[in-house]
Write a new protein. Structure first.
Length: 485
């Protein structure tokens, strides 16, 4: 067994020191070689050491990107597109009548029968902005920035239960263990932040059906996984030194640990050792950067009012403001999770409650980024894992009434900034809002387009694992040209 393990380690080390791996993984392409030739020997050596020992060193994508960073507002539980974005007069006309069988032929649902009655929205809709996009009265703040966003009414997915659908939306697969979108972005681009994680996760409501896999790095080195920040107190545990430990003592200890880890890395080439080195150093720097980040007391009263955020009070609004502060400080990817949209009962009441928590801050984020000159190269997206049915869910035995079931065939997302064409509405559904009839956008197509905006050909941003090259879009995905500015 010992000989076998030694041979495996030698094989892995040989792989890591090949020229292909060196050029692909270490961020030392032709541009970096040219830079090294312009630097003196000491500067070039320092740059090389930084590239190898710090996997988050900024890297160049395949081509010039439109977006440099991402803020993803994920609405866990699946918002009802029919009550927010996709107005259907036909539902009002046929409200309470069974849906035609030819529409639902062969369909299966989680909690209702295919012949359930149609259910019209109780919200009023109106055209907003210069673009004339139809929005629900539940989104009064989004109406104020509608000319800055792109609505995609033709999203579709393959999964109809929450956990697999959330995992698919984040990782491109319904199977657990794949890297999430944020990890792929960090792997491809590195991070411009020296004092904060490159991928930060903020959660404002409830748990997540897909769990930690929604921000996990899968088979990528763990340095690329999302770092969850806590809702109260220090954003991460143990930021403060225990009593009796001075900064000088801590620095000496870390220097010794770093030296030992670097020797170990040189001997076996395990990328997880580089992750460990980076995490120790990042934790040390965060002792000063993290408290400054979460202290929003220095934000202007106008900004706090814009978001509806209160210092020291955890909320979606606070997380949106923190997201802006994070990207200002060079963080590459910020993921906001807000679970609470699973409205199997009383969808009108539920949507009203959740939009009261999220609409103002979501719109404020777009407005704030724009006025600070950050929206042009910051990609913002909002949406859940699937949509809701045009049929009603009512079950007296379980206490459910006037709700909507899971609907993977059609749902809506919106995007802004980072090379997205503003003020457009892409895609259409049929008169009942059941099937996409124009410009269908699958989850894989969305991922391909997002990676394109970050400067990547989605078919070429790959990582070899278990004998084959993996990518975010697996073996599918087409670029959605209509979304590009």
């Amino acid at each position: 067994m010992t000989n076998f393990l030694e041979n495996e380690l030698r094989s892995e080390y040989a792989r890591l020191i090949t020229r292909r791996w060196f050029f692909r993984q270490c961020g030392v392409g032709l541009g970096s070689i040219a830079l090294a030739s312009l630097l003196g020997p000491s500067e070039a050596a320092a740059a090389t050491r930084a590239s190898v020992n710090n996997p988050l060193t900024p890297k160049q994508p395949h081509f010039k990107p439109k977006a440099k960073r991402v803020i993803y507002l994920f609405m866990g539980g699946a918002p009802s597109q029919l009550d927010l974005f996709d107005y259907k007069p036909a539902l009002a006309k046929y409200n309470g009548k069974p849906i035609p069988q030819e529409v639902v032929m062969g369909q299966k649902y989680a909690f209702i029968k295919p012949d359930a009655a149609l259910y019209a929205t109780e919200f009023k809709f109106a055209r907003q902005g210069c673009c004339g996009a139809e929005l629900s009265e539940a989104l009064p703040h989004l109406a104020g920035v509608v000319d800055d966003i792109a609505l995609v009414k033709s999203m579709t997915t393959d999964a109809f239960n929450h956990a697999p659908a959330q995992v698919l939306m984040q990782t491109g697969s319904t199977q657990f263990g794949r890297p999430c979108f944020g990890s792929w972005a960090l792997y491809g681009l590195g991070s411009e932040s020296q004092n904060l994680p490159g991928f930060v996760v903020l959660n404002s409501a409830g748990g997540l059906s897909g769990g930690a896999s929604l921000f996990g790095s899968g088979f990528l080195p763990t340095v690329y996984q999302g770092v969850p920040f806590r809702k109260t107190g220090d954003p991460v545990l143990f930021l403060s030194n225990p009593a009796g430990v001075t900064d000088k003592m801590q620095r000496r200890s870390l220097d010794l640990i770093k030296e030992l880890n670097e020797k170990h890395l040189g001997a076996v080439g395990d990328p997880e050792i580089a992750t460990r080195i980076n995490s120790f150093e990042m934790a040390y720097r965060m002792q000063s950067s993290a408290p400054e980040l979460i202290d929003i007391s220095k934000e202007s009263p106008e900004t706090l009012k814009l978001y509806g955020a209160e210092p020291g009070k955890p909320s979606f609004a606070l997380n949106c403001l923190l997201a802006r502060r994070l990207v200002e400080r060079g963080v590459r990817f910020v993921q906001l999770f807000h679970e609470g949209w699973d409205h199997h009962s009383e969808v009108f009441k539920g949507v009203k409650e959740q939009t009261a928590n999220t609409d103002r801050a979501s719109a404020a984020l777009v407005k704030d980024l724009k006025q600070r000159g950050l929206l042009d190269d910051t990609l913002v997206l909002w949406g859940g894992e699937f949509g809701r049915t045009p049929m009603v869910e009512s079950n007296p035995d379980s206490g459910r009434k006037l709700g909507r079931d899971h609907h993977p065939q059609a749902f809506t997302m919106w995007l802004a900034g980072g090379g997205i064409k503003p003020g457009i509405t892409l895609g259409e559904t049929d008169e009942l809002g059941f099937h996409v009839v124009k410009d269908k956008v699958h989850v894989h197509d969305l991922h391909a387009t997002l990676l394109h905006l970050l400067g990547f050909d989605h078919t070429k941003l790959t990582y070899r694992f278990q004998g084959r090259d993996f990518r975010l879009t697996d073996v599918e995905g087409e670029l959605v040209q209509q979304l590009l500015a």
